[in-house]
Design a binder for this molecule. Structure first.
Ligand code: GLN
Length: 556
């Protein structure tokens, strides 16, 4: 058994990061993008973190998002992808999830800096006369605010990775690049440019011209990369390495190859084949052995996995024109992969738009699957489809894991079909239902009435007390757990007794028993659901017990 989930309370994290008045002793690794976005800069940043951590260093990571929004909380998942939730309740860009998964640390919300946050605090300070009545300007005031925010994240860490979103040449990230340039001069730092080499079939070669242009754009703002990480479909070859070296003024050995990989979790190993950590350390005049044993074990498991499990991920935000969204349920997808690798299994995950269950019979849609996850979500579309799917999974003894809305709808389904409460619903979808088994949290009612949507849900790590002897407590091997939350509705306390009398076991609740956090059906092969989002705490080297539980049940 290797799942040792360390549930850390947010207060601990805040303490670690306070006291930023002294000059930071951290070393910076700045990661900036060239050519185009969506290259996996976050995975590169995370993997650099993993290899430095494997040298025994303490590492943290900061993500800069050049948008005006204060956070990702109010963004549509179909537009922005998953909204990641931190222990301290941040609704954040999904790259923070990658950092946590690769570094096995909990990262606080302040490590996500957006243009909106920076301007808001500068304007607030201006209103408080903190600039003594002088002109407040982009340079130096906005840049200084960015630097201050980055430095606040560094306390106690030997290395701070800073990933700047967007690509060189964007108007939006210019102030952030200026801040990077200044910090690079003031602190021991290196700069890494992640670029893309498009492969042109007709000439059968990788093209370097976009990289050359991106590099000159970076030099315009005074950033001279120490490393180029070259993303490509097929991997860089000698002639292209030579051209980049000559045209971008960078030694060949500092050009790191990063082709498409079957699993992102093998990138730290690929980096180390190229001695990336040693090269970074030598730039700081340092030397250390890098021990990637745990990552090697993980990659061996992936390589040796032969048996396949077919798992359905039933969600509301799956379709995207002709293609499928790849990152709306990113953490759920990754959690399934972590648990499967842990059990030596190759997962075949199929994302199913829940409305399909409103059009086709459930047995046709779920034929051939070993188990299913019903994900979180908001609003009324696709809800009946999810309820139909849950009913099928329950009645056919198929392994089921419900996440947040997935748990709420499992309660609705049970109330309707087992407890004889026809038309039972969540008041989020049907405010007039006769049986409001899921209802809004009292404190949330006021907030919605006053249109306070941003950062107002029940957010972040909350303590749950687990009932002894339940499936959930056995999986966690614990009596108390911290899991992350993001919701406004809950199991209506007025119905708990009746639901329990009819067979639902609420296996975990808030310490005052007011909020039901986990439920299960003991007679079922595996029917477990939680009001929380356990997917935000799973890591490749530390798979989450609920997902491991689901995979084990699917194997039976
Ligand atoms: N919409 C539901 C609520 O707000 C569930 C939220 C979620 O799945 N994250 O409670």
């Amino acid at each position: 058994m290797i799942y040792k989930i360390k549930f850390t309370h947010c207060k601990y994290i805040m303490k670690q990061n306070s006291n930023s008045s002294k000059k930071s002793k951290t070393k910076f690794v700045f990661v900036v993008g060239g050519v185009l976005s969506g290259l996996g800069k976050g995975i590169v940043t995370s993997s650099i973190g993993a290899i430095l951590k494997a040298g025994g260093y303490s590492v943290t990571a900061v993500k800069i998002d050049p948008y005006i929004n204060l956070d990702a909380g109010t963004m549509r998942p179909t537009e922005h992808g998953e909204v990641y939730v931190t222990d301290d309740g941040g609704e954040i860009d999904q790259d923070l999830g990658n950092y946590e998964r690769f570094l096995s640390v909990h990262i606080p919300k302040r490590n996500n800096i957006t243009t909106g946050q920076v301007y808001l605090s500068v304007i607030e300070k201006e209103r408080q006369l903190k600039y003594n009545g002088r002109d407040v300007e982009v340079i130096p005031d906005i840049v200084n605010e960015v630097k201050k925010r980055i430095l606040e994240c560094t306390n106690g860490y030997e290395f701070t990775l800073v990933e700047v979103g967007g690509t060189s040449g964007d108007i939006e990230n210019l102030v952030f690049l200026h801040a990077v340039r200044e910090l690079s001069r003031e602190y021991p730092s290196i700069n890494v440019m992640v670029t893309y080499l498009p492969y042109l079939k007709n000439v059968n070669e990788l093209k370097t011209k976009p990289t050359q242009h991106a590099m000159s754009k970076l030099r315009e703002v005074g950033i001279f990369p120490d490393f180029v990480v070259a993303r490509s479909e097929i991997g860089i070859d000698k002639p292209r390495r030579w051209i980049i070296s000559k045209r971008c003024f960078i030694d060949e050995e500092y050009i790191i190859d990063n082709p498409d990989l079957e699993s992102i979790y093998t990138l730290p190993l690929l980096f180390e084949k190229q001695e990336f950590a040693e090269k970074i350390l030598s730039k700081f005049g340092m030397k250390k052995d890098i021990d990637l044993l745990e990552w090697k074990k993980y990659s061996n498991k992936l390589r040796n996995a032969t048996k396949e499990l077919k798992i359905a991920l039933i969600g509301k935000y799956v379709s995207h024109g002709k293609t499928e969204h790849a990152d709306v349920y990113l953490s759920v997808l990754e959690s399934i992969k972590h648990a499967c690798a842990h059990k030596g299994i190759r997962p075949k995950i199929v994302q199913i738009q829940s409305t399909r269950f409103e059009e086709e019979p459930a047995d046709a849609v779920l034929k051939g699957f070993d188990g299913a996850i019903v994900t979180g979500g908001f609003g009324s579309s696709g809800i009946e489809g999810k309820i139909t799917a849950i009913k099928y999974l329950r009645e056919n003894n198929m392994p089921f894991l419900g996440l947040c809305l997935g748990m709420q709808l499992a309660v609705v389904e049970y109330a309707r079909n087992v407890c004889n409460m026809g038309g039972a619903h969540t008041t989020e979808v049907d405010p007039e239902t006769r049986y409001p088994v899921i209802d809004i949290l009292p404190e949330q009612k006021e907030l919605l009435k006053n249109k306070k949507y941003g950062a107002t849900m029940r957010l972040g790590a909350c303590l749950a007390v687990l009932k002894k002897g339940t499936i959930v407590s056995k999986l966690y091997c614990a009596e108390e757990v911290f899991e992350r939350h993001r919701h406004r509705y809950e199991v209506n306390p007025e119905y708990i007794e009746e639901l329990e009398e009819n067979g639902i076991v609420f296996s975990g609740s808030s310490p005052d028993r007011r909020l039901m956090e986990f439920m299960e059906l003991p007679a079922h092969k595996f029917f477990v659901a939680t009001q929380a989002h356990p997917e935000f705490k799973s890591a490749p080297l530390n798979p989450h017990p609920l997902f491991v539980g689901l995979v084990k049940a699917c194997l039976k």
